[in-house]
Each structure stands twice: as C-alpha cells, then as structure tokens.
Design a protein around this ligand. Structure first.
Ligand SMILES: *Cc1c(COP(=O)(O)O)cnc(C)c1O
Length: 466
C-alpha cells in the first residue's frame, strides 16, 4: 500500500496571499514613523526581492534556473503518517509535507536558492546574514555555493562554540562563519567592550550583518533573511501548492486542518496560505500555528509596530511581538526563539483566518519522539511543536475522521542533544511570568500610535544605522 505522494512537478509560480486579503497589510515604517518606500530597502536587498516584498500580484513566476536548482529535492514528498496514527489510536488521517529532504535538512533551503539567484543576476558578489542555531546559515551557504556567491554568516558565539556541526556544514558548502560579536564591526566592538566574554545574541549578530552590508563601500554585498519578510513567505508557498496536488493523489479531496510550527512564520505560511486562497472556492480549512510556550509571540505578545532586530536597526514591522529586547529562555528549538512574527502571519491571524497555540517543549519532544519511533524521521526540535499540535488535534477529534496536514519543517539529526536531555529527564519547562512579558513590551509603541505618527511623518527614512 502506497503512503508517499510525489506530485508531478514543481509549480511554475509562487502564490501571494496579499492579492486576496480583504484588509490590506499595514506598511512597514521608518524609524521616524513614516511608511517605508520600496526604494528604502535597497541598501539591504536587491530590487527584484524588494519588488516581491511589496507586490500584490497573485501569482509570481519562478525563474527557470531556480526551478532547476530546486528540482534536486522538490517537489518534496507528502506522506501519510500511518504508524503514528496507530500509535495515537486516532481515526484522524495525518499527512506531512517532508521538507527535511533538502540538502540543508529544512524548508529554509527553498528561499535560500531563490534569494541567492536574484542576487546573483543583480551582480551582487556576497550575501551576509546572521544565524542562531545555524539552520539558516547553512541553507544560505548551500544556495550561495550553487550560484558562485560568497556567503558570510555571523553566528551567535554561544552556538558557534556549542554547536560546531552546523558551522562545519556551512564551511563544507563554502560559506564563511564568524563567531558574533566580532571586532570587525562597530556593533561587535561595542558589544565586546560591554562584555568581552559575551555569549552573543541574535540581535547583535543581525546588527553586525546589517552594518557590514551598509558600510561595504563596494556595493557588492547584500543582506539575506531566512523568515519573517513577505518575499520569504512567498517563496515558501511551494510547500502548500505542492501539497494541494499531492493530497489528491492520496485520495483525499481537501485537508480539514493545517498545522505548522512558527518561529518567524515562513514554513507555516508556506503550507497554509495557498489553502487560504478564496479563489479556490472550497471551504477554508482550520489553521493552527504552534509556538513554544517559552517564546509565546502570537499567544501572549501584543500586535504592535516593532523592530525586527534587538538593536533597533531594521524598519518597524506591524506584527505580534514580545518586544525586541525579549530574551527567551534557552530552549532547544533555536529556530523558534524569535521575539517577533511575520507581518503577514500576524495579519492573517488577526483577521480570524487561523489560531495560535503555545506548547511547552517537553510536550513537543514527547510528540517528536513518538514520531521518530513510528515513522523513522527524527524531527527538528522546532518541528516537534507542530507535532505536539497534531497530537492535540488528532486526539480531540478522535473518531471524526479528520484529515490533518502538517509541515515537517526539518530533521533533527544535528540537534540530538535536545533528545538526549528529554530522554535523560533533564528538560525543564520554565513558565514565563506575566510581569516579565509586560516589562519587555514596555516602550514598544502600540499599533494605533505608530500609524497615527506615520500619517504625520514627512522625513525620509535613511539611516539604517544609528
Ligand atoms: C528556522 C526553522 C523553523 C522556524 O522558522 P519559520 O520561519 O517559522 O518556519 C522551523 N523549523 C525548522 C526546521 C527551522 O529550521
């Protein structure tokens, strides 16, 4: 009996949910509060990516060369998790889109290839980025290698030292990885002056990457981001578009429930947005975003205008946020430890098109371990959160024969320490106190305030650096 569906080919266009929103997405704002013009992103991103950031076209064609590169592992398989269903004793039918088959082991390789391609044809020589646990840095190193670009990754020093395998992977693909903070940037030097032994942070690493790009006089460097922004979510729409065809191959008409884990929101949006297209003329599925209780951006963070980085260098984005200075407890799902959320994901949930759940990491490892032991694939700790959502949903609807579809966003073969800690009983769930959250969102301007100021602002937004 067949449990795997391959589809016929990669869709030739990306799907853009912005074309079908009844309420338009609020604009990004400059530091002084004025709505940011597309041009103002150009010191950081190449024009074709900026255009994708702003476009409201429903369908964006995928360049031939990108399709050709992606065809090495796309379409990714859709599988039915039969043994997992049996172990849960549920009558729900559970399908997963397996993004772990990319060479980098996660969905991030898909946007990495598209971003590297557009930079290459624009004449960019070097992409600069930051990485926390190393998944994005390795995906971008892979893609830069494909297109002959240099890749420079500022990796949070703590993970650089504690997780050498992802760094080695980046170097294997030809990327250069530096432990952040470095003494090569002003932001890095200041951080080192404050504390020579600092473990680093994603905020400092972003600041270093952005500074490196903006201050590179040759104009040959650009910045790259692995989640959050509209163009990244657009690239990931392949996940849902492929799944739509494949699930029919599996004999189902439509999934009833779609589930994804959320860090910055890209794999969740990639799966769900194509199914939310009202033009399909079928009922909307139930849509669930699952986040860690240790970084509860959607469930406990207000909807505000906030910076994407902790240094406050990036434009202000309309999103759910825990405050740019929020430092989550060190949970194993490094890819979900982000204070903000994609504006489009925040918007869609605000419009009532989906809901968010927060799960403790012990629950996510429990579900991930069961999945590994029944289906074989060891899920990334991030993906474990989606699985915890799947388990809750499957058990709550037992007997109803629901069709659940989730993204297996990546494998956890380079994150086995989390499994070791879980199996050894060393995993702690530390609840976050309400006072702590209130303190961290203090000073973030409310959505209404920020928009009010935007209406009055006239100053062009230029300096991305203080
Ligand atoms: C980065 C990452 C995530 C979280 O990022 P999103 O943009 O929310 O998808 C989830 N799973 C894996 C495996 C990742 O590498």
């Amino acid at each position: 009996m067949k449990n795997e569906y391959r589809g016929t080919r990669i869709p030739q266009s990306w799907y853009n949910l912005r074309a079908d929103l009844s309420e338009p997405l609020p604009p990004p704002l400059g530091a002084d509060g004025h709505p940011l013009a597309a041009k103002e992103w150009e010191p950081l991103f190449t024009p074709s990516l900026v255009e994708q950031e702003y476009t409201c076209e429903r369908s964006v064609p995928i360049p031939e060369e990108v399709l050709e590169r992606l065809s090495a592992w796309r379409p990714t398989p859709l599988r039915r998790a039969k043994r997992f269903e049996e172990a849960l004793g549920t009558k729900a039918r559970i399908y997963y889109k397996d993004e772990s088959v990319s060479p980098a082991g996660s969905h991030k390789a898909t946007t990495a290839v598209a971003q590297a391609y557009y930079n290459k044809i624009a004449g960019v020589k070097r992409l600069v980025t930051e990485t926390g646990a190393g998944q994005w840095g390795s995906a971008l190193s892979l893609a830069c290698g494909f297109f002959g670009l240099q890749c420079l990754v500022y990796m949070v020093r703590n993970s650089y030292e504690k997780k050498p395998l992802r760094r080695i992977l980046m170097e294997t693909w030809g990327g250069r990885c530096l432990p952040s903070p470095t003494d090569g940037t002003e932001a890095g030097r200041q951080a080192l002056k404050r504390d020579p032994n600092t473990p680093g942070s994603l905020g400092i690493a972003i600041a270093e990457a952005v500074e490196r790009v903006v201050s590179d006089g040759s104009g040959e460097s650009r910045y790259a981001l692995g989640s959050v922004l509209n163009h990244v979510l657009l690239h990931q729409s392949l996940i849902g578009l492929e799944a739509m065809e494949q699930i029919r191959e599996g004999g189902e008409s439509e999934p009833d429930t779609l589930i994804g884990c959320v860090g910055g929101g890209s794999n969740f949006a990639g799966l769900t947005f194509p199914f939310l297209n009202p033009g399909r003329g079928v009922g909307r599925p139930r849509v669930l975003a699952v986040e860690p209780a240790g970084c509860p951006t959607l469930t406990r963070g207000p909807f505000v205008y906030d910076h994407g980085d902790s240094a406050g260098l990036t434009p202000l984005l309309p999103m759910h946020s825990l405050g740019r200075l929020f430092i989550p407890n060190p949970i194993h799902a490094g890819g979900l430890r982000y204070h903000g959320m994609a504006p489009l994901v925040s918007h869609v949930l605000r419009q009532g098109m989906g809901e968010a759940w927060a799960v403790p990491q012990s629950e996510s490892f429990k579900a991930a371990l069961l999945f590994a032991r029944t289906e074989g694939i060891v899920p990334a700790p991030e993906t474990g959160h989606a699985l915890a959502g799947v388990v809750r949903e499957a058990l709550s609807t037992e007997g109803k024969g629901r069709v659940i579809l989730f993204t297996l966003s990546g494998h956890g073969l380079l994150d086995l320490q989390g499994y070791a800690d879980y199996m050894g009983g060393r995993l702690e769930d530390v609840p976050i106190k309400e006072e702590e959250l209130l303190k961290s969102v203090q000073g973030v301007s409310t959505f209404e305030d920020a928009l009010g100021r935007a209406a009055k602002a006239v100053q062009p937004y230029l300096p991305l650096l203080p």
